[in-house]
Design a binder for this molecule. Structure first.
Ligand code: ARG
Length: 383
């Protein structure tokens, strides 16, 4: 996107090396932002003492919750940030054992699915107990995801995005359904503080999914497409007040285009546009018949229609754009500049019909935030 006037991108600050001390200056800044005297002096003193002993920031649960909400508010790629104050935070920093984490994650997902009325939740597990020390982690990129099985001829059954994770799960002893399918839910792979990856298959029927159908085309349902209700990112590091939390999964709800214009449409994902165009009787010989564009619209109609009919919360890209504009306005009123990546904020379907497309944006580093995990340094850990 270089040269694009709407996307002046500065790369976010690199994460500090994992052996770094907990960052005192960042901790103090965070506490100064949220406390007033006399409480502030006390918290600063407690924080300095923890730092001197190389312990993580002693945030209380209310401070942790605020940090998580601000991390969402700061996240430059997210169009849904108007709702940052509604994030619920489960303070599970006392958990560092894989078995207990899996039990907590089952609760997380059940609360988030909420019978279709999806709620935004984050669960924070134990951070390293000393700088650079081992911490628990969830290997899966998301709590819900479909297996991708690579065959000998190179073709993939299922979601090609998850080929590596699927291979790892199989290596660890996962038993997939006897008849492998395109939408087999992957088990969780969790490593506690001991670094040993363990497998946790999901109870059948536990993950809420939506079978896709089209309001006008009866054949659509026969394509057998479906998607899960809750996107729950589980492999990002939550950085709050100078401490990294490598296991802090969080979820929001879907925007329709994530499923309809990317997951099911991208050529290196489920690649469904040719099949849909064929059913629609479109001329696939020439791109300028716009068969891809027309198939894309019908696929997105089906996603929006199916989630709505099933009573599962999902936002369309027009509503999401309007909400983001409201977020920008509110933040401006609060005296804060918003960091945003234009190429992530604009929807992949009909972007220029939404106001965000016509809005210049700038990205800069902020904290608290979420960042990508570094390659693992825990001895004995294979990932
Ligand atoms: N784009 C990802 C997916 O399709 C999910 C990313 C988070 N999305 C969200 N609406 N919170 O699975």
């Amino acid at each position: 996107m270089s040269g694009c006037p709407f996307h002046a991108s500065a790369p976010p600050a690199p994460p500090p090396p994992s052996a770094a001390r907990f960052d005192l200056a960042e901790e103090l800044r965070f506490l100064e932002e949220i406390h007033e005297q006399p409480a502030l002096s006390l918290r600063l003193a407690e924080c300095r003492a923890a730092h001197a002993a190389s312990r993580p920031a002693p945030l209380d649960s209310a401070e942790l919750r605020h940090a998580a909400r601000v991390a969402w508010r700061n996240h430059s790629r997210c169009i849904g940030r108007l709702h940052w104050r509604s994030l619920e935070v489960r303070d599970h920093r006392h958990l560092d054992d894989a078995e207990q984490m899996a039990a907590s994650l089952r609760e997380h997902l059940a609360l988030a699915q909420n019978d279709g009325a999806v709620r935004s939740i984050m669960t924070v597990f134990a951070p390293p107990d000393r700088p650079g020390g081992p911490a628990p982690r969830i290997v899966n990129h998301q709590l819900c995801a479909y297996a991708g099985y690579r065959a000998a001829d190179g073709s993939v059954l299922g979601d090609p995005k998850n080929v590596r994770l699927t291979a790892l799960a199989l290596e660890l002893g996962w038993r997939p359904p006897t008849e492998r399918g395109r939408f087999d839910l992957l088990p969780w792979i969790i490593a506690g503080r001991d670094g040993a990856p363990r497998l946790f298959p999901l109870p059948p029927g536990f993950v809420r999914e939506v079978p896709l159908r089209h309001p006008e085309h009866a054949w659509f349902e026969k394509l057998g497409l479906r998607w899960y209700a809750v996107p729950a990112i589980s492999d990002r590091v939550f950085r709050a007040a100078g401490t990294d939390f490598p296991a802090a999964p969080f979820n929001g709800w879907y925007m329709g285009t994530e499923i309809g214009a990317r997951n099911l449409a991208d050529r290196d994902r489920y690649d469904q546009l040719p099949v849909i165009a064929e059913k629609l009787g479109l001329d696939r010989r020439r791109p300028r018949s716009l068969w891809q564009d027309r198939a894309l619209v019908e696929l997105n109609v089906a996603v929006l229609h199916s989630f709505e009919a099933e009573g599962v919360k999902l936002v369309d890209h027009h509503a999401a754009s309007a909400e983001f504009m409201k977020f920008l306005e509110r933040e401006q009123k609060s005296g804060r500049e918003v960091s945003a990546r234009w190429d992530w904020i604009i929807p992949p379907l009909s972007p220029a019909t939404t106001e965000v497309f016509h809005t210049p944006m700038r990205e800069f580093a902020l904290s608290p935030d979420f960042h990508a995990r570094e390659p693992d340094a825990t001895p004995g850990c294979p990932f």
